[in-house]
Write a protein that binds this ligand. Structure first.
Ligand SMILES: [Zn+2]
Length: 271
């Protein structure tokens, strides 16, 4: 009775025997055994189960013998290891990415920035990683004074490029809109749409002017003229102005548009 029970336990918890790899294409991994041919795993190391699996599913391999069988097993074993390394690398990559995602989300939350900044930060990281290793990345200056200076340089460059194009305009039109921002300051936006002699058409925001004290027609006019001067627009080539229709813009006797027409009239009126 006792002998029977002992035999049963032994049968269910056998030590993996390396000969089973050659006989049945099975290898041991941790506490499991895995079939090299179909990657099925058996939780219990039991020769009868291993043998049954091999004989029912892989009988075609009975004919592979000797060196050919040994070489095939080695190749299958390498392929299994390779596959498992890829999976473990992907898992490691994912967990690092997840950790970074949490750290950046925390930085966004602590700085009170909108959640949508996450996408922007990701784009920044991709741009940086294309060019720099981590060591070089740490040398990238991004303090607030540097960021302010860089944006100022970029803005000046955009203005310079627009001025270059404006010099070639044959005609141009303006669109002006004045709106009040969240701090109750009126902001005037002026856009230009210009065409060169070679039909190169550009449409750009010239700039935004803060109307600090008042939004009278003359204040709007002066701001518009100043914005246009910043990109050296020649008013003799102005052919139309589109506005938001506010009285200060369109007033017949002294609206901003009328003042622009008078200003142009001193030079060479076309409209
Ligand atoms: Zn199998």
């Amino acid at each position: 009775m006792a002998a029977n029970r002992k035999r049963k336990v032994d049968d269910e918890n056998q030590q993996f025997n390396d000969d089973w790899t050659v006989q049945y294409y099975f290898v041991q991994q941790h506490t499991n055994v895995i079939c090299l041919l179909c990657h099925s795993t058996l939780a219990v190391v039991k020769v009868s189960n291993i043998k049954r699996h091999y004989e029912t599913k892989h009988q075609d391999f009975h004919n592979v013998v000797g060196d050919e069988r040994t070489a095939q097993i080695e190749s299958l074993r390498r392929s299994l290891n390779r596959q498992q390394n890829i999976f473990s690398k992907q898992t490691a990559d994912f967990s690092v990415a997840c950790e970074v995602s949490y750290e950046i989300s925390l930085m966004i939350a602590k700085s009170g920035r909108p959640f949508t900044d996450g996408d922007f930060v990701k784009q920044c990281m991709i741009t940086a990683s294309k060019e720099l290793s981590v060591r070089k990345l740490q040398k990238v200056a991004l303090n607030r004074m540097t960021v302010q200076r860089r944006i100022s340089h970029l803005s000046a460059d955009v203005t310079r490029q627009l001025a270059e194009k404006a010099a070639n305009y044959v005609y141009f039109s303006l669109a002006a809109d004045e709106s009040t921002d969240i701090n109750s300051t009126a902001q005037l936006l002026v856009f230009v749409h210009g065409v060169s002699s070679s039909f190169d058409i550009t449409e750009e925001l010239i700039g935004m002017g803060s109307m600090k004290d008042q939004t009278t027609a003359s204040a709007l006019f002066e701001e518009t003229v100043q914005l246009c001067s910043s990109v050296s627009l020649d008013f003799t080539k102005l052919v139309s102005v589109t506005t938001d229709g506010a009285p200060a813009m369109t007033g017949e006797s002294n609206g901003m548009v009328t003042l622009l027409m008078k200003h142009q009239g001193k030079q060479n009126r076309r409209w």
